[in-house]
Design a protein around this ligand. Structure first.
Ligand code: PMP
Length: 428
């Protein structure tokens, strides 16, 4: 039944039934977690051959002894892997440590403390701000919040951020110094930016503060669940618009090999890379080149990137199907929520009826199912509609995910019916 067409007495009955079911589940003392987008143990096993692959042969093809210090930009064979992920020339890539988030943090610090490519440091501005397409990745927002950089939420549609809104802010406010973008299989909505959006973003450099930078976090560049969606090249678009300095691209092997011990990449113009290196040189003598060589050998001797990602997809696909089936079976045509069917990435983004997300997350927690806190996908943890919940299906085994999802949909039903009942009572 559609929730809006239920009468008050039907809602009362419905609430009673759902409550009984919910109380029964609470007695099972479950302990399930669908909070963060971590690869499962089965996925991690796919890359276990990394261990021992060097067999004491530490020399890279270019003669570098990877055990020693040095090489700020990373091994050339590792940079080539980053170039493959980001579809850019190897010379424009720096291969770093295990986390692209760390590189993003350093890039924000570089802009904030020193300025990129000779531009005024952001800290010299009155109120430096990033544009944040929402819902988005909470850890991007945490970086800004920690450094005292302001954030403006921008609606994210099916083809990318609302560009009218982005352009208006950039044109009218010289203190806009960046925008966070997850252009392919976005975290959490799973959408991929369309060509027009990529082109309009590439034109921002013509109207923005010269220190403005697009943080192009392509974390899910090769993480397809089926046929790949083509993302237009932001590099090519900036070359056409003479705005190459306006973009920094990021990727990593975190969800390709071992999440905690992969390689991260940043790709940018030489002026931007020089600024970033200058900042990073003060804190490191170079990245872990031994690990970089392990990765390079893995993708030449054991598998190809494409073949490897197919294996991930075959593990992930049934989990996404499980989530979508639960949503459709329990909530389809109910008016209790809305969701997208992602074609890649790590998440399913679910929108409850406005005002219900916190209640759903709370009910699920009490029933032993941990969800990402409501609001986490918005700057300052503030979802003005209290509606968005990020579901991360990758980590738990399928049976646990199945149980967690049956609890989740029940909590959505219960919170929705209780809210609707309260609305009816208030109106009468
Ligand atoms: N960017 C996005 C959009 C992500 O979803 C994640 C992981 N959840 C990261 C970056 C983190 O990547 P890394 O492990 O390379 O730091």
């Amino acid at each position: 039944m559609h929730i809006e067409s239920a009468t008050s007495s039907q809602l009362v009955e419905w609430e009673k039934e759902l409550s009984v079911h919910y109380e029964r589940i609470c007695q099972h003392e479950l302990s399930l977690d669908i909070t963060r987008g971590k690869p499962s143990a089965e996925q991690l096993h796919l890359s276990d051959k990394l261990d021992g692959i060097l067999a004491t042969d530490y020399r890279a093809a270019d003669g570098t002894d990877t055990r020693n210090y040095g090489g700020m930009t990373g091994l050339s064979c590792a940079r080539a892997l980053g170039a493959d992920l980001l579809q850019v020339p190897t010379e424009e890539v720096m291969a770093g440590g295990n986390s692209s988030l760390t590189l993003m943090y350093h890039a924000v610090l570089t802009g904030y403390l020193f300025g990129f490519a000779g531009n005024v440091p952001w800290r010299a501005l009155e109120s430096p701000k990033f544009l944040c397409p929402v819902p988005g990745y909470d850890r991007h927002f945490t970086i800004c919040e920690q450094l005292g950089i302001g954030m403006l939420a921008i609606p994210l549609g099916k083809g990318g951020p609302d560009m009218e809104c982005v352009e208006k802010h950039v044109r009218e406010d010289g203190d806009i110094i960046g925008i966070w973008c997850v252009p392919k299989y976005a975290n959490p909505t799973g959408i991929t930016y369309n060509r027009e959006t990529v082109e309009r973003l590439a034109q921002l450099g013509q109207i923005a503060n010269p220190g403005f930078r697009i943080f192009w976090d392509n974390a899910y560049a090769v993480h397809d669940l089926g046929p790949s969606i083509n993302l237009a090249s932001i590099r090519a678009a900036t070359l056409e618009n003479d705005t190459v300095d306006s973009v920094l691209q990021f990727a990593s092997t975190s969800k390709v090999t071992h999440a905690g011990s992969g390689i991260a990449f940043v790709s940018a113009s030489s002026a931007n890379l020089d600024s970033l290196k200058l900042q990073m040189q003060a804190m490191t003598i170079g990245p872990d080149k031994v690990n970089q060589l392990r990765h390079s050998r893995f993708f030449t001797e054991c598998t190809t990137l494409e073949e490897h990602m197919h294996k991930h997809a075959s593990i992930l696909k049934p989990k996404f199907e499980c989530v979508l089936e639960h949503l459709q079976n329990a909530l389809g045509d109910s008016g209790m929520g809305q969701w997208e069917k992602p074609r890649g990435g790590y998440f399913v983004s679910f929108n409850t009826r406005p005002g219900c997300a916190k209640a759903v997350v709370g009910l699920a927690a009490d029933a032993g199912v941990k969800l990402t806190p409501a609001g986490a996908t918005f700057p300052y943890g503030n979802d003005p509609e209290d509606s968005n919940i990020r579901i991360a299906p990758s980590f738990p085994p399928l049976e646990e995910l199945d149980t967690a999802m049956s609890v989740f949909v029940l909590c959505v039903q219960l919170a929705s019916v209780r809210q609707r009942l309260a609305q009816c009572r208030n109106a009468s």
